[in-house]
Design a protein around this ligand. Structure first.
Ligand code: GLU
Length: 323
């Protein structure tokens, strides 16, 4: 029987700038389960735009470790697919075309400010944890002012954030409202060195790869509002978002190197079996009893995103759940 339901397509979007830790593994497991339990396809997209921070060999290691965990995907840099290339650094033309469209529509403008100038000019009350709100210095420059400033330094490009709140429904957080203009302000879509910014590249690539479902860590929840503005400006369909709680260390802080040996590579070297690690991640997600040894495929049937607790999962330096 032919089905006309839209295809479910999810994605993994690792950055090859640091090794995977158990927090990344849990997000990947949930993204995989969410898509596989609904019969969908998964795309592996490598987010390697931050050239100087990309570490050689890390992409292959990340893919290998995800496979070791029992996860798989249907399209990606290692196997190809109809909507590639699947490395962002190879998608320059797609990103440049999107930026051109924003420029032509007057929705992106060149900004000549340095970081220091922005902090100086912005008023503290609206500073977000991503830095101060862009004060709008270059928003409405005349062509003559632009020409004069561009002689000084090449510009970054900023998206002209419209006034008013952006609201959307997140599958974990429910109704979300962010006022982009009042908090971050006009945000960067291309850096002065020509590299597209995350907010542009991620939205353009998710749309081009026909991603229907974005599941990622909830540190990126506020970014979704910016991405929605980009989708709308380019007339692209907005995917469904699910932002899952992060994994934190025993101190309640977002998992980081200081919490000890929590990279997948280190756990693997120590002889931790994938079923042990997946069991731990599943238990921390309300999907299996504590101490269970399971593989992702064992969790597909009956998987429901709404059983995943909304509080961050805590783990200690050995990768065990902290009560
Ligand atoms: N590449 C990003 C990261 O590794 C994830 C971006 C996303 O999921 O939208 O943190």
């Amino acid at each position: 029987m032919l089905s006309h339901a839209p295809e479910i397509r999810g994605r993994f979007a690792p950055s090859p700038t640091g090794p995977l830790h158990v927090g990344n593994a849990r997000t990947a497991l949930l993204a995989w389960l969410d898509v596989r339990s609904r019969g969908g396809r998964l795309v592996m997209r490598v987010e390697d735009l931050d050239g100087p921070r990309v570490r050689p060999g890390l992409e292959a290691r990340i893919l290998d470790e995800l496979r070791w965990l029992g996860l798989d995907w249907d399209e990606g840099p290692d196997m190809g697919g109809p909507l590639g290339p699947y490395r962002q650094a190879e998608r320059g033309e797609v990103h440049a075309a999107a930026l051109d469209r924003l420029r032509e529509a007057g929705l992106a403008f060149p900004c000549f400010c340095s970081r220091a100038e922005i902090s100086q000019a912005s008023q503290a009350p609206h500073a977000s944890d991503e830095g101060p709100r862009y004060p709008g210095t270059c928003r409405d420059l005349s062509p003559a002012e632009r020409a004069a400033r561009s002689a000084r330094r090449p510009p970054a490009w900023r998206f002209r954030a419209p006034d008013g709140p952006v609201s959307f429904r997140d599958r974990v957080h429910g109704e979300c409202i962010f006022d982009v203009a009042a908090t971050v302000g006009d945000f960067v879509v291309a850096r002065a060195d020509g590299v597209p910014a995350y907010q542009l590249a991620v939205a353009v690539d998710d749309a081009a790869m026909r991603v229907s479902d974005v599941l990622r860590g909830d540190d990126l929840l506020p970014s979704s509002a910016r991405q929605i503005l980009v989708y709308r400006a380019l007339g692209l369909p907005v995917p469904a978002f699910a932002h899952v709680p992060l994994v934190v260390g025993p101190d309640g802080e977002r998992l980081a190197k200081r919490h000890g040996a929590l990279s997948l590579g280190e756990l693997r070297e120590r002889g931790v079996a994938p079923a042990e690690l997946v069991g731990m991640l599943a238990a921390a997600s309300g999907l299996a009893p504590r101490g269970a040894r399971v593989m992702p495929a064992d969790l597909v049937q009956g998987f429901r995103l709404d059983v995943v607790p909304r509080q961050p999962a805590r783990v200690d330096g050995r990768g065990s759940i902290v009560p």
